[in-house]
Design a protein. Structure first.
Length: 553
């Protein structure tokens, strides 16, 4: 008997096969800037195709374990992780996925665009990183925080090292069992201790990358008032001064049994007079300081979403090219082409939004524009990533539901993206706050108007859809900013945030399309048109997705 065996999906070189990524980098960095980045991007891509995919698989199939006691009953709280996780840690350091924006040589080469190069590295690596992208995000956030609030900290050099023997990552301990989103209810306290250190006491409920050498914890300093703004960030070393584990008073109570991100050790932590170093002056309200970190991790979340969407598309395309249905190849089927085409448009939109957020992070990290775009980018891409991942599983049929194909992981891992660092609703409320306290909506709406104007001749229907959406938004933003606490405005916050994000994405895609069209490439215009007509105009673009499928991928 001859038994049919389906070929598994193959992965092309994620950098050289991605004309969209290359186009964006060519425009955002300029030809010289892109040329200077090519070596790094190609080297990381080669590692993704080779050892990192194997490391990713190893880390996913050998989840971390916690040993709380040694054989004699002494508390050790040792977290063991797989060889694959260690390989990812080393790769993250070597490829400078955290370090790059902090390197003087990189900033000399790319200026503010260093963050764009970093984003491209994350885009290529994240989906095959076994979610080591999570400690990388927190390490980058911690490094950004130390750079502004404690630039002399010796931890900064370690967070931004490229030698795997020296480099460390960080955790970020904010969430407590009684309040994740509502951090005002935090009960962890800090009191002055010896040697300028402080002593932290309290329980932290979700502590990812608990194997990291340090964490940034939020605590309420002695004498500080109530509310979230009076909390302050502290650096908690996980090791005692003599290098032994654990630091005094630090306990890992258990590891979480999670739906996804299974290679990441996420712990529940108890602090009992655990020594910690204040980041900035602990007598000054510190939530604003902590937001430096949070903005960075939110952007990494958007990068993970966009990268995962692109990689899911790659796998689905490979499967469609191999799979026979209804007497033909799946990739030729009009309905399947329309389905994958829509995912390609969404992946392009997610990339555009994430790349824009990283651009702002490089150019103006404390500006009003990023203050608004950071929650928008995270919430829009997080939702897109979950919807796309579900569709990718379906694109594989039954195989998409079978664990050892590796495909279900796409959905399990995507689902964390709209949860941690702010759920969709919490971010939507944060968007309302940004609209009230800052001027970020003005550049966003202005950008949309300019993009629509520029598209009027080439793409009149698309320009009309963007103009109509922008006008409606301008009115609704004004209404929301005038009375952000009214029940009506709060109830509509998610809808408003999604419209803001979708409109910004349309503008970004159209800007890029205009640049590409001047160089004789109309494919980005197609992507921009389909995003705008579908997401802002509510149009059914299925026939176009099928007809122009080859130009979308
Ligand atoms: C895999 C994973 C890893 C994590 N790692 C970390 C970590 O390393 N460090 C860390 O500090 N935390 C971490 N978290 C915790 C995460 O950040 C929180 O779970 C998240 O912020 C939500 O908080 P919560 O669980 O308390 O839910 P809640 O805040 O109780 O939310 C419950 C529901 O209420 C809604 N809600 C809450 N507030 C509002 C509001 N104002 N308006 C409207 N709706 C609202 C939410 O949208 C949600 O649907 C992790 C979580 C996961 C799943």
């Amino acid at each position: 008997m001859t038994r049919f065996v389906q070929d598994g999906p193959a992965l092309r070189d994620p950098y050289t096969s991605d004309w969209q990524l290359q186009g964006w980098l060519e425009r955002l960095l300029g030809p010289d800037g892109h040329a200077a980045a090519k070596g790094r991007l190609a080297a990381l891509s080669a590692d993704v195709l080779g050892p990192l995919r194997a490391a990713h698989h190893d880390a996913e199939t050998h989840p971390p374990t916690l040993t709380r006691f040694d054989p004699w009953g002494a508390r050790i709280d040792r977290v063991d992780v797989s060889a694959g996780w260690h390989a990812q840690r080393a790769a993250a350091a070597r490829h400078a996925v955290v370090a790059l924006p902090y390197q003087a040589a990189a900033r000399d080469t790319w200026g503010a665009g260093t963050r764009i190069v970093q984003h491209a590295l994350l885009h290529l690596w994240g989906p095959e990183s076994a979610t080591f992208s999570c400690p990388v995000a927190m390490a980058d956030g911690a490094a950004a925080l130390l750079t502004t609030a404690a630039p002399d900290s010796p931890w900064l050099a370690r967070l931004t090292a490229t030698d795997p023997a020296v480099a460390v990552t960080s955790g970020q301990w904010m969430t407590e069992s009684q309040g994740g989103s509502d951090i005002a209810r935090s009960t962890t306290t800090a009191r002055p201790g010896p040697d300028g250190r402080w002593l932290l006491t309290g329980d932290k409920w979700f502590c990812s990358a608990i194997d990291a050498a340090m964490a940034v914890a939020l605590a309420r300093p002695d004498g500080a008032g109530p509310g979230s703004r009076n909390l302050a960030p502290f650096l908690v070393p996980r090791y005692a001064d003599d290098g032994a584990l654990p630091a005094p008073g630090l306990q890992v109570l258990r590891l979480k049994d999670k739906l996804g991100t299974r290679a990441v050790p996420t712990g529940e932590v108890r602090l009992d007079d655990t020594p910690a170093i204040p980041i900035g002056d602990p007598t000054v309200p510190g939530l604003a300081r902590m937001m430096t970190l949070v903005v960075v991790t939110r952007l990494h979340n958007a990068a993970a979403a966009a990268g995962g969407m692109r990689r899911g598309l790659e796998y689905a395309l490979s499967h469609a090219a191999n799979r026979q249905v209804a007497g033909g190849v799946l990739a030729d089927n009009p309905l399947h082409r329309a389905t994958l085409g829509a995912l390609a448009v969404d992946a392009a939109g997610a990339y555009a939004l994430a790349a824009h957020a990283f651009t702002l992070l490089g150019a103006d990290p404390t500006g009003d524009e990023l203050r608004l775009v950071a929650p928008l980018a995270k919430l829009v891409t997080g939702r897109l990533a979950v919807a796309s991942a579900s569709e990718y599983l379906e694109a594989f049929g039954g195989a998409g539901y079978v664990e050892d194909t590796g495909i279900p992981r796409l959905l399990r891992d995507a689902q964390v993206l709209p949860i941690w660092e702010g759920t969709t609703n919490v971010l939507s409320v944060d968007v309302l706050r940004a609209l009230t306290t800052g001027d970020g909506a003005r550049p966003l709406l202005h950008r949309a108007e300019i993009a629509a104007d520029a598209a009027t001749t080439r793409l009149p229907g698309v320009a009309d859809a963007l103009i109509a959406a922008t006008r409606r938004l301008a009115v609704d933003v004004e209404t929301a900013a005038a009375d952000p606490r009214s029940g009506r405005v709060v109830a509509g916050a998610r809808e408003l945030a999604l419209r803001l994000g979708n409109t910004l994405t349309a503008a970004l895609l159209l800007e890029h399309a205009a640049w590409a069209a001047d160089r004789g490439d109309d494919r980005p215009a197609l992507l921009a048109s389909l995003w705008t007509l579908r997401r802002l105009g509510g149009a059914d673009v299925s026939a176009d997705l099928h007809t122009h499928f080859d130009q979308l991928i």
